[in-house]
Design a protein around this ligand. Structure first.
Ligand SMILES: [Zn+2]
Length: 340
């Protein structure tokens, strides 16, 4: 099959299109003919060896949607021809943690396109439980684009224990997960949602989509958030930017507020002012990816229109390098999708 491959981890330019053996599904797996796949920052990270793929050649791509074309002997409830979306969070499926449904806590937790072959290819093999019915209302690009970011954002807001009536700040809107968190927060009952972005068009887009305030990520957004919340701050901050914004994100929190992070685009370390943490009784919460229930719930929200994830643009399969360049430049608003 044709696929976007890595043979080394020298950076995004290491991705090249090539041919590898078409993978066969194991007893509890299915093979999907990929109709569209979506880019994520992990396509950039994995090309830099963060983390290094388990073997070479490595096939990239975490998000995808397509048609089931082969099924393992032990698979039930799926047939050849079913239209599905790929849930990128895989696990052993048999341990105590998996029994509870806590996919990302499994010792065998693996992300499609990062720790196993991915979706930027003609075919992808995934565990049967990771093949989720495609919401019929979505076309292929939309079906391929929503998965990782919407389910990850849902988990972040869950882990931050957002409840109706609370307020949210999403730092760095425009990136996929942040944009999904911006869309999800009102659905989960947030009464005010503020955003930051370095890009004026993204701030304008947010205000046109009912943000209660949109501030420059490079400016004193903590003070601006306080000014719009009568000095109080917000209950939940969704923070994926990392070093560049961390301190101001912390200062945007109300007493008892929770900051949840699942990314660190601008740097991997941050300082924590401990008296602020304990005196204001703040919480810093890590989150990564999603479990299968969160993915199913995200799919249901897309299916009935409660949430939509903007598509920044679609590229042909062979245009992956141009699509990656746009992702790396950070100018996208929503998902960048390859049509196969
Ligand atoms: Zn497990």
């Amino acid at each position: 099959m044709r696929a976007w491959l890595l043979d080394e981890t020298t950076g995004p330019e290491a991705w090249h299109v090539g041919s590898v053996d078409t993978p066969m599904p194991g007893p509890r797996e299915v093979r999907v003919t990929v109709k569209a796949s979506a880019l994520n920052h992990l396509d950039l990270w994995v090309a830099k060896g963060l983390p290094r793929p388990p073997a070479f050649p490595h096939v990239g791509g975490a998000d995808g949607a397509g048609v089931v074309d082969a099924i393992g002997d032990e698979v039930e409830g799926l047939s050849v021809g079913d239209e599905v979306v790929v849930d990128p969070s895989t696990s052993c499926g048999v341990c105590e943690v998996c029994d509870r449904g806590d996919t990302p806590f499994c010792a065998e937790f693996k992300i499609v396109g990062e720790h196993r072959w991915g979706t930027h290819a003609e075919y992808v093999v995934i565990p049967a439980e990771n093949a989720v019915p495609k919401p019929p209302a979505l076309d292929w690009p939309a079906a391929a684009g929503f998965g990782l970011v919407t389910s990850s954002a849902l988990r972040m807001l869950r882990r931050a224990r957002l409840v109706p009536g609370e307020t949210v700040l999403v730092v760095g809107v425009g990136g996929g997960t942040s944009t999904a968190a911006f869309a999800l927060a009102p659905v989960l009952g947030a009464t005010a949602v503020f955003v930051t972005s370095r890009h004026a068009p993204k701030r304008e887009w947010s205000l046109a989509n009912e943000a209660d305030g949109a501030f420059d990520s490079d400016g004193p957004f903590d003070e601006e958030v306080k000014a719009l919340t009568r000095g109080r701050g917000v209950d939940v901050v969704v923070e994926n930017v990392g070093t560049a914004t961390w301190e101001r994100s912390m200062r945007s929190l109300a007493r008892g507020g929770r900051m949840v992070t699942n990314g660190s685009t601008t740097g991997r370390t941050a300082e924590l002012h401990l008296p602020t943490l304990f005196w204001r009784q703040l919480e810093v919460i890590g989150s990564t990816m999603n479990d299968h229930r969160e993915f199913a719930e995200a799919a249901a929200m897309l299916a009935d229109g409660r949430v939509s994830v903007p598509i920044d643009g679609t590229y042909g399969f062979d245009e992956f390098p141009a699509a990656l360049e746009r992702l790396e430049a950070g100018e996208q608003l929503g998902k960048i999708v390859l049509t196969h």
